[in-house]
Design a protein around this ligand. Structure first.
Ligand code: C5P
Length: 235
């Protein structure tokens, strides 16, 4: 487990606001109220045209903000996109894991922390062959994570399974942010999902949880349950 970083436990849960409009996003945040401290907003809300209104609203509510737009373009364009996020109270932003893009993003950031998407967890060996990668997924993830740190990124997005090998093989100052969490026994098709406590045991610094909160009978009660598990995991 990563003990070096001074992260308040209640900020380790990042709630993904994967909803189609800003009103639903605000309603969910208001319902969760003081139990939720950190929110991720991504492409679905970006396409509403009110992305920055929501960003400013979250900032006014004293929430931490993760903009998950997974920038992928020529380095200069990536740098300019990151520049647009400086000074807006954005804590995390994502870029793809190619060296030039990661380097450009890291050079352009001021108050934003850059996370590199190493390899999408949905890719399997066959997909990597199609993309021309000879190595296996874990080797690719570790090598990209190392390079992300070298060029000045702050962390990576990685599954709970990859978190373990990253902790073993990459400098502990790398932040590991882990989606694919299933708080209760998992009976759906998310084979690579892990539980809250397993993610932290494996070395995650933050977890990202979307649908299990959004679709819960009581999103606030689900957030409280996850926060209690996080506190216990770091007890
Ligand atoms: O599955 P769940 O609804 O909890 O997903 C939460 C978030 O994690 C989603 O917003 C999705 O975009 C993100 N995610 C990711 N990388 C993955 C898997 C999920 O960024 N490999």
């Amino acid at each position: 487990m990563s003990m070096k970083k001074e992260i308040p436990n209640h900020e380790r849960l990042i709630i993904a606001l994967d909803v189609p409009d800003i009103e639903q996003a605000k309603a969910l945040v208001s319902e969760i109220s003081d139990s939720g401290h950190f929110y991720k907003i991504g492409l679905e809300l970006f396409m509403t045209g009110q992305f920055f209104d929501l960003l400013d609203w979250l900032s006014d509510q004293d929430k931490k903000i993760f903009t998950d737009l997974k920038f992928f373009d020529i380095p200069q364009t990536v740098a300019r996109a990151v520049s647009q996020l400086n000074g807006r109270n954005v804590f995390f932003a994502t870029v793809h894991g190619n060296d030039g893009m990661m380097k450009a993003a890291a050079a352009a950031k001021q108050d934003v922390n850059i996370l590199a998407v190493t390899a999408l967890t949905s890719l399997d060996r066959g997909d990597l062959d199609d993309l021309g990668f000879q190595c296996d997924v874990q080797d690719l993830v570790v090598s990209r994570a190392r390079r992300a740190l070298q060029v000045g990124c702050d962390g990576v997005v990685a599954s709970g399974h990859e978190a373990e090998i990253l902790r073993e093989q990459v400098d502990s100052k790398l932040l590991v942010v882990t989606p694919g969490i299933r708080p209760v026994d998992n009976d759906d098709d998310q084979k690579r999902a892990v539980t809250v406590s397993q993610a932290f045991v494996n070395g995650a610094d933050y977890i990202v949880v979307g649908r299990p909160i959004k679709n819960a009978e009581s999103p606030k009660a689900m957030v409280d349950q996850i926060q209690a598990e996080i506190a216990q995991a770091h007890g």
